[in-house]
Design a protein around this ligand. Sequence first.
Ligand code: CP
Length: 318
Amino acid sequence: MKIFTSVNDVTNIDEIVNEALMLKKAPYSFSHLGKNKTLGMVFMNPSLRTRLSTQKAGMNLGMNTMVMNLDKDGWALEMNEGVVMNGTTVEHVKDVAAVMSQYCDIIAIRCFAQMKNKEADYSEMILNQFIKYSTVPIVSMEGSTLHPLQSLADVITMRENWTKKTKPKVVLTWGPHIKPIAQAVANSFSEWMLKTDVDFTITHPEGYELSEDFTKGAKIVYNQQEALIDADFVYIKNWSCYNDYAKILCADSNWMLTNKKLEVTNNAKIMHCLPVRRNLEVSDEVLDGANSLIYQQANNRLFSAQAVLKKILETNTF
Ligand code: CP
């Protein structure tokens, strides 16, 4: 594995989930693998879970880790090719990626969507420029369109909570929010669900359709209550419009997930990637209830990252 930016970079989902579960049982059993190797972590945006879990994953594998808040501590970045840099940007991404490759054996990057221009965001320019100009493996810690480390942690968590032979019904439901939130988590969860043996439904208000690039094959139901019937897992997440890009068309608090709504489910387990706006997207009673998996998901972020870093360390020559 040279890059990890989407489910398509994983050859066998079951295998990497098993690997993560093995690491969860024995987190330090491969601490020799990363000896004298450096993980460079680049952040263009805030993070709690991704930063701490990925750094700890590297440390569990014996890696040295360095964190660079490029948005605050780096020079203003130029992304476009061939431009005369006589404006506000100071350093070209090609130089940043090439220079970081001198110090790091693996580079992990967080670079959110700017939420202004759909084409620009969906081109994943920052991530792709790093892939183009670095000489070391690249891991996405959430790009403009996808959040694969989160989705892998979600799949691990579902595996731990589903021992039946039958396919679980998984519902991704939109929840209200006051700000335009990127589609990355929802896109990514959909992409992974569609490659996993589940019965997958997405429910959202009309106008909130996600890109078919990530959701083709999912069942779309506009009535949330109908979608929730017999659900085994309910993943709640807000996203802003993809088609009418970054717009908020609905602020209807009736879409907030509550225990009352969940009565029609099959005693569903509840998932959210966090951070969550409590009592806006989903009620406290749901998040703090017995069926909530939110902290187990956060815990599994560590083993998701550790499984990916282990795979990269094992399959590349350094
Ligand atoms: N879920 C997640 O990616 O959390 P952070 O944004 O805090 O890293």
